[in-house]
Ligand binder design. Structure first.
Ligand SMILES: NC(=O)c1ccc[n+]([C@@H]2O[C@H](COP(=O)([O-])OP(=O)(O)OC[C@H]3O[C@@H](n4cnc5c(N)ncnc54)[C@H](O)[C@@H]3O)[C@@H](O)[C@H]2O)c1
Length: 323
């Protein structure tokens, strides 16, 4: 199966996340131009994408396409203007700094057509902080991926107050078209959705250890063997809905107790001091810092296997709806 060739996408910043975006857009048939301030980074990105695509091909995650064909859809350039020429969407992937994002978005603004979407990969900077004074500010949005995006498809879309709703709609449609799972925030909030949920868990895990309730290892076991299996294919609200006779019944039965427990979960703690030593010792026993590289490879293999499983699940569900 070959994806039809679609419009052009520009990637600005060809580090870890820029390379991933390039593969995702190219896999869906878009023509991708990668720009970086450092020409060696562009060369590195072009060299790094083929092995990653081959790995995805071996897991049947390219929809029957050949890695080498997808690679041909990706080109590099050292000229921002050239990268943006004719692009319908620019995905900025430069390091996480408000000042740098401001400078780069000012450059994007100079070369932008009146229709191109200017999208940032920022993990935690709200778009109003770096787009306010721009001529094309209504075309700016955040599209925050999760690493590695080809195995974890969530993309958080965060508009500023001045982002044109049509830009939000077009970006959401584009993300769905490349096989990602977009979610849209209606307004800016620190941490977006994913990190607000993640930080709530981190804080409670910390509190349990700090208050001597249990060990760091047992917190992680509770997550991996308890909460995570369901959450990998079903969300928080659906889990509640299924754990009683529907959502209303769940809230009637458990709501008061949940509120009582949650009232004991403040204030926020500092992630430092003696608890940091306890948690760090536990993690070092499990994975010494020297072994992090191998463990990350193991994590990515498990994520790849999970992505294959979820792809099969979606195919089976689609078949049962349209036999
Ligand atoms: N790494 C992750 O896990 C992750 C996940 C989600 C989102 N993000 C976000 O993606 C963005 C990029 O992160 P990364 O991890 O890919 O960073 P990175 O350091 O791997 O890559 C950044 C790239 O930007 C280039 N660059 C620097 N200044 C530039 C400029 N003025 N113009 C063009 N290119 C420039 C660098 O040469 C480098 O190649 C950040 O905003 C980050 O928060 C990262």
């Amino acid at each position: 199966m070959e994806a039809e060739t679609k419009e052009r996408i520009a990637i600005v910043g060809s580090g870890l996340i820029g390379r991933c975006w390039a593969m995702l857009f190219a896999r869906a048939g878009y023509f991708v131009s990668i720009y970086d301030i450092d020409s060696e980074q562009v060369k590195g990105a072009l060299a790094a994408t083929l092995p990653m695509l081959l790995d995805m091909e071996s897991r049947d995650l390219l929809g029957g396409q050949k890695a080498s064909d997808i690679q041909k859809q990706i080109q590099g350039t050292n000229q921002l203007e050239e990268a943006m020429q004719g692009a319908i969407h620019v995905q900025e992937c430069v390091p996480e700094s408000v000042d740098l994002k401001k400078r780069v978005f000012a450059q994007l603004d100079e070369h932008a057509s009146d229709t191109v979407v200017l999208s940032s990969s920022t993990s935690c900077i709200v778009p109003s902080l770096f787009t306010e004074g721009l001529k094309h500010r209504s075309q700016c949005i955040v599209a925050h991926p999760v690493n590695p995006p080809y195995y974890i498809p969530l993309v958080e879309l965060v508009p500023a107050a001045w982002t044109n709703p049509d830009v939000v709609r077009r970006t959401r449609a584009l993300m769905a078209d490349i096989g990602q799972a977009p979610v849209t925030l209606n307004k800016e909030v620190n941490g977006f959705i994913l990190n607000r949920l993640q930080y709530a868990l981190i804080m409670e895990a910390w509190r349990l250890v700090e208050d001597g309730v249990c060990s760091p290892e047992d917190v992680d076991t509770a997550m991996v063997e308890g909460l995570a299996p369901r959450y990998s294919f079903m969300g928080i609200f659906e889990t509640m809905h299924l754990n009683a006779d529907g959502m209303k019944d769940y809230c009637e039965r458990y709501g008061a107790n949940i509120k009582t427990v949650c009232e004991t979960q403040s204030p926020a703690r500092d992630l430092s001091g003696r608890t940091l030593s306890v948690v760090d010792d536990a993690m070092q026993r499990k994975v010494p810092v020297s072994g992090l590289g191998d463990r990350r490879k193991w994590r990515d293999r498990r994520l790849a296997a999970l992505a294959v499983h979820k792809m099969m699940m979606k195919k089976e569900e689609a078949k049962s709806i349209n036999p």
